[in-house]
Design a protein around this ligand. Structure first.
Ligand SMILES: [Zn+2]
Length: 338
């Protein structure tokens, strides 16, 4: 009896040991990772996380530069940015927020919201912050109903008064116009928004337009934008496997449900997107867009890893442009992409 137990114990150990070897073999040799410079072209810091905590996360990750905009109280925006910049020794650059004075709240006065953007710009200039642009302009945003955000939603378009006013402010600085549209969550308006994007892109051929979160776009709609514009590009935020899994759990009508994923079940880029990126290397810009505390603290590393793996599957030149080169050119960052 004792011998049997002993031999079971031994075989358990052998199985455990073999599994251990196999697992490590796989992680050591199985995946190719892109090791070039990464710029996160849009992330956000709000009231749920402190300057110290954000700085720690930024310092612990291998994203070379993060373009950062502030949420919460507008009075503190530049002060917070400066503190984070100091604590990360320059690993962040400033995007002036467009949404702090109720811009995305439909019942808030549009003129007051617009004045708020100008005020934040003044604040940045007075604080001698060399800002590189403006944060996303919320055009459409599904309602939210959970503990981190209570929000009634908004559904505007590119001809709406406050959107045109905000775009004008960004135009004056000749920096990219970052637009947050939700083509899935507002499916009924997607044709209208797509046509307006083509129109505004062609009307302003020297300006750059960037669509946050892939605009929740369908593949054929993405092809339509690439074909009909030269200067409307995609920001890859919230299109990774983590986001897709997270959204599935949350399909309770309490937040956006329309995020798309560019990845397949094995957490690799889908072939059709890979081809589209390789064919249009200048049209995609990498961003993580951390918003809430858990984005920074829990899944940041993993999402960066998903993308480093994805970038490794692209042509070398495409990967380098999406990871760094495009943001570097569009935001005039003057860094060296390695
Ligand atoms: Zn957004």
């Amino acid at each position: 009896m004792l011998r049997t137990i002993k031999s079971i114990k031994n075989s358990c150990f052998v199985i455990f040991f073999l599994t251990f070897l196999l697992f490590n073999f796989k992680t050591a040799n199985g995946e190719t990772i892109y090791n070039g410079t990464l710029i996160d072209a849009h992330s956000q810091v709000g009231i749920l996380i402190s300057n110290e905590e954000v700085s720690k996360e930024i310092n612990n990750n291998d994203v070379y530069l993060t373009l950062l905009s502030m949420r919460g109280k507008h009075e503190n925006a530049t002060k917070r940015y400066k503190s984070i910049q100091k604590q990360t020794q320059g690993k962040v650059r400033y995007l002036i927020s467009t949404k702090l004075k109720g811009f995305a709240r439909k019942n808030k006065d549009a003129n007051e919201a617009i004045r708020g953007i100008k005020e934040l710009k003044r604040q940045a200039v007075n604080s001698k912050i060399n800002y590189v642009g403006f944060g996303e302009i919320i055009v459409q945003h599904a309602p939210h109903d959970h503990e981190k955000l209570k929000y009634a939603g908004i559904n505007l378009d590119l001809k709406s008064y406050r959107i045109k006013k905000a775009i004008d402010i960004v135009f004056k600085d000749d920096v990219p116009v970052i637009l947050h549209v939700e083509l899935n969550d507002y499916e009924e308006d997607s044709k209208k928004i797509l046509d307006q994007l083509v129109e505004i892109g062609n009307e302003h051929p020297n300006k750059i337009f960037l669509l946050m979160h892939m605009a929740q776009i369908e593949f054929k709609e993405a092809k339509f934008i690439l074909k009909n514009t030269k200067n409307v590009h995609f920001i890859t935020s919230h299109s990774d496997p983590y986001r897709a899994k997270n959204e599935k759990r949350k399909r309770l009508g309490k937040a956006q449900t329309g995020w798309i994923t560019l990845f397949n079940k094995k957490d690799n880029l889908k072939n059709k997107w890979k081809t589209l990126m390789n064919e249009n290397p200048h049209r995609f810009v990498f961003a993580i867009d951390n918003v809430f505390d858990h984005h920074w603290k829990k899944n940041y590393k993993q999402r960066v890893y998903f993308w480093r793996k994805a970038l490794a599957s692209l042509n070398e030149n495409t990967a380098s442009l999406i990871a760094c080169g495009n943001a570097n050119a569009y935001f005039k960052l003057k860094i060296q992409c390695k």
